[in-house]
Structure formats: C-alpha cells, structure tokens
Design a binder for this molecule. Structure first.
Ligand code: SF4
Ligand code: SF4
Ligand code: SF4
Length: 453
C-alpha cells in the first residue's frame, strides 16, 4: 500500500508497509499513482502531454527499482501480528491515580464534571494509594519500568499523599527490582516552590494544563466563580518549565469547537517560551456544544498544515519547539511491536479512583459498566478487560486499509464509546485528524532532511 500527498511544496510518497518515505519530483509522483494499475506504455500514453517521454520512462524505471529494493509497493504482513497480539499476556505497566476527586477549577470540558464527580468529591487515602502501587507491582510481570501518574481532579489538593506514595514507591522498587517513573498532572493553581522542588526531584515528567491564548484558556478553564485561570498559572508554569531546563515536562492543552484556529494557541505557548507542547482535540459527547464536528475538519486540516509549515520555518531560525502530536517515530520504520497496544487503556494502563476502583482510563471513571475491579481484589471484570485488549489498530476492520495504521495508536476508545455506543469502532473525526497529523509529521521530517542535504 502506498499513500501519496502534497504538502508545503513537497511531493511525498509513503510506502505504508515498509515505512519508507520518498520525496519525489512531479513526474515520479504521477507515475507512482498510475504504477500498480497500468503498464509502462499506458503510463507513457497517459502522461505524455505533461512530461517528455524520456522523463516518464526514466521515472518508471526508478519506481521499479524501488519496488525491487522493497521500498515501494511492499506487501502487507500485519495479519501475522494480529495472532501474535492476541496471544500476548497482558501486564499492567501504568496507573493513573485519581489522588483527588476535587478541583479548584471548573473547566467546561471536564470529564470529572468540573471537579464535581457526580457529587462524590473525595481524596485518595495513603492506604488506597499504597494498595494501588502494590497492585501495579504484582501485575507487572517482568516489566521493570512502571509509570504512575498523579492525576485528579487536581492532585495538589492532596499533595501530602503524593509525597508519601512516592516515598513508599521508592522503598518498594528496591525490594521488587522495579523502577517507578512518576508523573504529576496539574492545573497549576496551587503550584509553589515546595511542589516544584519535590517534583523536580521525583517526577520523571510533569504535565501542565493550559489551553493556549488567554481568552481561549479562560473561557474553557475558569475558576468556579467564573474568573479565568491564565494569569494565575502562566508565571508558575514558565518558572516550572525553566527549572526543569525545558525538558521532561509538557504544557498540555485541549482544543474544541470553540477554538478551531488552535494553531494560534500552540504558537502562543511557543511564544511564551515553552519548548514541549501538546494541544489535542477534545474528547467529548456528540451533544456537547464544544465537541469537534465533521464540518470542522477542513479548517482543522488547514491549522495543522499552518502549524507544520511554521515549525519548519522556526526550526530553520533555530527557534524550534516540540509539538507532541507531530512527534511520530519515523526513523525505525513502522515498529509494529511498539504500536500494537494503542493507548493501552483497560489493559496496560488503568485509572484508579480515590476508593481504589479500577477503570480503563479517566474518561470511563464513574461509568459502572466499565468498572474493572479494585486494587485489593484485582481485575474482576475480565470481559471488559478483554474487550479493551482486542481494541487495537490490528483488530479493527476500518484500520486495515488505513495508511496511518502503523503510526496510529488505534484511536480513542472513549471517543468511540461517546460516538458509537461501544469501544470497538473508530471515531471518524479523530481518524481524519490523526491521518492529517501523520502527513504533517512526515512533511516536517522531509523538510528537515532536505535542509541537511
Ligand atoms: S483542572 Fe482538570 S479536573 Fe479540574 S476542572 Fe479542569 S479538567 Fe477538570
Ligand atoms: S486513523 Fe483511524 S482508521 Fe486509521 S489506524 Fe487510526 S484508528 Fe484506525
Ligand atoms: S481511551 Fe482515549 S481518553 Fe482514554 S487513555 Fe485512551 S486515548 Fe486517552
């Protein structure tokens, strides 16, 4: 399977199965599009009004050479991986600990109902957190690196428990030959020197939530009284990011139907000095006024194109930044093993409520249908776990013919559930955006390689 497209002045050809990427001239681009279904003579006849006959023949011969070198039109071998994947034993690699079901902000798109959690506000106790870490160790098999995200609501509302759990984790990792990688996800309101110092010592990563421009952030991420959070959090986030040497963190925003011009938000964050940036489409119910809709796609595609072109420009100026969603691993080609498990929700990655209940991820917390078990008794609902296990890019019919399948994590199960009522489908709007991101990411690589040549 070959996917070809034009972006930012480049003619790009991706050989999907080998992962080979070719930047080609116009004649080769047109020859490739006709190659599989036509003979050399037919292609010459078809293109002779646009190019010289010699050029067309030369391009044809080059395409044939690439095919022989297994860099174009390579066969599809993914079926084997489906079988391998289904036989794999699942180990738990990561937990998202809901340290506080409470929040000092009232974000409009909050999965936690603006921190209210169906009226059941709660803080995780040290005992529940300890049991969660024990559960993770016990279910991690031979895997050494284990991820724990201190999440919320807002985890700094219960920060002593975070500190105590890190201490406990550090003791346990020695006993069990594990290595905990802790992450703190915070809205920044309570960030102070003490939290920053602790995080810089213990957290492998910190995720700092901000949506971008002041008006965008303040509309979606207000305090409960309605006032915006931007002015409170920006100085703290800047200080925090600098104190980590602009590494091992990212500012993370969400774009919605209300800021379809989100490239401006990404660039605003870059202009504030942030070097690690993630701005993602919202996960929402179809009925939410801020949900992304099909008719928003053309504008969103343009935004990704604009952003990618601007990133190339800034790179040339030595003023670059990382945009999480364009960071796909192209060097190693499509490493199937790495991309098999998708986001891992429900299998390798689980969310833990303040009471110790286990859910596939934070988006499913509170929906009893998805209650998997709890940290003391383990996974009880193996049916749901297995449903999530089979929910990956290799098991979905629509993914089999998708050019992005080796770079895609298989889409978001929560979005599939919100739009289709079950997790096994693909969420079309998300797919279109994913495909666009893959195209942009490849273009950026091509442009940077071009620069070094
Ligand atoms: S900061 Fe997070 S938990 Fe709090 S209201 Fe916003 S999205 Fe919800
Ligand atoms: S973009 Fe959609 S169809 Fe393509 S691989 Fe990902 S989930 Fe599947
Ligand atoms: S299901 Fe969706 S929201 Fe949940 S972890 Fe996966 S990608 Fe994220």
């Amino acid at each position: 399977m070959v996917h070809q497209y034009k972006n930012n002045g480049y003619n790009i050809v991706l050989d999907v199965n080998s992962g080979a990427i070719h930047v080609v001239d116009d004649v080769s681009y047109d020859v490739i599009s006709l190659f599989e279904a036509h003979t050399k003579e037919e292609i010459v006849a078809e293109l002779k009004n646009q190019y010289k006959e010699e050029e067309i023949k030369e391009a044809y011969d080059e395409v044939e050479e690439l095919k022989e070198a297994k860099e174009l039109f390579t066969p599809d071998e993914y079926e084997d991986y489906i079988t391998e994947f289904k036989q794999r034993k699942t180990v738990v690699k990561a937990l998202c600990l809901h340290i506080a079901h409470d929040c000092n902000l009232a974000c409009r798109y909050c999965f936690a109902e603006e921190g209210e959690y169906h009226g059941r506000r709660a803080l995780m106790s040290y005992e529940v957190g300890k049991a969660a870490l024990d559960f993770l160790i016990a279910n991690s098999g031979s895997r050494r690196n284990l991820e724990v995200d201190f999440f919320g609501g807002e985890p700094t509302l219960n920060f002593q428990v975070v500190k105590d759990l890190v201490k406990y984790g550090r003791e346990q990792e020695k006993i069990h030959n594990k290595n905990f990688r802790f992450t703190l996800t915070t809205n920044g309101v309570l960030l102070d020197d003490d939290i920053m110092e602790f995080a810089n010592k213990e957290m492998s990563n910190v995720v700092l939530s901000i949506d971008g421009r002041k008006e965008v952030n303040d509309y979606m991420r207000p305090f409960r009284g309605g006032q915006g959070s931007y002015d409170v959090i920006v100085p703290k986030f800047k200080k925090f990011a600098d104190s980590r040497n602009q590494n091992n963190y990212y500012v993370r925003g969400t774009f919605t139907h209300h800021n379809l011009d989100f490239s401006k938000d990404v660039l605003h964050l870059a202009d504030l000095g942030f070097k690690q940036i993630s701005v993602e489409p919202v996960v929402a119910q179809e009925t939410d006024d801020y949900a992304i809709r099909k008719e928003d796609l053309p504008q969103l595609f343009e935004e990704y194109d604009k952003l990618a072109a601007e990133m190339v420009r800034r790179h040339k100026e030595g003023n670059d930044f990382n945009f999480f969603h364009f960071m796909i691993d192209l060097e190693g080609g499509p490493c199937v093993a790495k991309r098999l498990s998708g986001c891992g929700s429900g299998t390798e990655y689980l969310a833990v409520t303040p009471w110790g209940d286990l859910y596939p991820c934070h988006q499913f917390v509170g929906n009893e249908k998805f209650l998997l078990g709890n940290v003391t008794e383990g996974i009880k609902n193996t049916e749901i776990r297995d449903e999530f296990k089979s929910c990956n890019v290799y098991a979905k019919e629509k993914c089999k013919s998708c050019f992005a399948r080796f770079y895609c994590s298989g889409g978001c199960a929560a979005n599939s559930y919100n739009f289709h009522g079950h997790i096994n489908d693909v969420y079309e709007v998300g797919c279109e955006l994913e495909k666009k991101r893959v195209e942009c990411a490849i273009m950026i690589k091509a442009a940077l390689a071009d620069e070094t040549n």
